[in-house]
Write a protein that binds this ligand. Structure first.
Ligand code: CO8
Length: 264
């Protein structure tokens, strides 16, 4: 779409009831690299400047993945300074998404892992297809969530569930995500986008102005989040000073199990 310039990693379509942004890197299960995040930033700014009063839907192209995380190949060789910058960059864009004046809906059509779950959690509403899988697998890569996940997951599902998911790194299915309140609704495989559009349609009966005001108030209640975000970025970067980060990411890229050394 002309308004956003030439996009290489996103597809943006204007439907009657919503703007739909699809992450389009199917070859890497829609993993978030710098190009995706930069384009998302550009599109969010453009929609805001244009004064779009439609809901915004975010989804991933193809049926396998919403987003399978931040791009591990891009992160593997980062210095702690670069990791800090990347974490702050992602946090800033996801906060921009969270504060988008209209309702944002994640249509989750497969894996939503790591940065992918963090992207879904920066949306107001999450609709999952029955084949969706959620998780924060970072500790298995020798790192921690770095795009706001340590803060938003605890706010959405409570600290007990957040500790379970972040410390175990385990993947949960759509029904478990529904049970713990991570998603709002589960629909048949292949139907997440359709259901998100249905939801968006119902919103068009409401006052766009009142929705924007309500969002501001609801998110204003997340006191202390800025401090948590700053700590998350620092701790994320600190992981890049430890050998486990290289081992974890190199093991993923080499398709082998990581060999984390334990003392004592
Ligand atoms: N990054 C880069 N490439 C990826 C990623 C990823 N996160 N996920 C999948 N891919 C690639 C694979 O390498 C593979 O590429 P190729 O075909 O060239 O070998 C292709 O996508 C298909 O993946 P698989 O062959 O692995 O597909 P499977 O069906 O066997 O497995 C899984 C699917 C289970 C989703 C598996 O791909 C997987 O475990 N992916 C990684 C999931 C993960 O650990 N995500 C978290 C990443 S860390 C993160 O998100 C931190 C966020 C904060 C960042 C802060 C900024 C610095």
């Amino acid at each position: 779409m002309e308004r956003f310039g030439n996009l290489e990693t996103l597809a943006v379509t204007q439907e009657d009831v919503a703007t739909v942004i699809s992450i389009a890197r199917q070859e890497a299960l829609n993993a978030l690299n710098k190009a995706v995040l930069t384009e998302l930033d550009t599109v969010l700014d453009a929609l805001r400047d244009y004064g779009s009063s439609k809901p915004l839907i975010i989804t991933g192209e193809g049926s396998r993945a919403f987003v399978a995380g931040a791009d591990i190949g891009e992160m593997a060789g980062m210095s702690p300074e670069e990791a800090l910058e990347f974490s702050r960059f992602g946090q800033r864009i996801f906060s921009k998404l969270e504060s988008f004046p209209q309702v944002t809906i994640a249509a989750v059509n497969g894996y939503a892992l790591g940065g992918g779950n963090e992207l879904a959690m920066a949306c107001d509403i999450r609709i999952a297809a029955s084949n969706a899988r959620f998780g924060q697998p970072e500790v298995g890569l020798g790192i921690i969530p770095g795009f706001g996940g340590t803060q938003r997951l605890a706010q959405i599902v409570g600290r007990a569930n957040a500790l379970d998911l972040i410390l175990s790194g385990r993947m949960i299915n759509a029904q478990e995500a529904l049970r713990i309140g991570l998603v709002h609704k589960v629909v048949d495989e292949g139907k997440a986008l359709e259901e998100a559009l249905n939801y968006a349609k119902t919103l068009m009966n409401n006052s766009a102005f009142a929705i924007a005001q309500a969002k501001k108030v609801l998110y204003a209640g997340s006191a202390g989040k800025d401090d948590g975000m700053a700590l998350e970025a620092d701790m994320f970067s600190g992981c890049f000073k430890h050998p486990d980060q290289r081992e974890g990411m190199n093991a993923f890229l080499a398709k082998r199990k990581p060999d984390f050394k334990r003392e004592g």
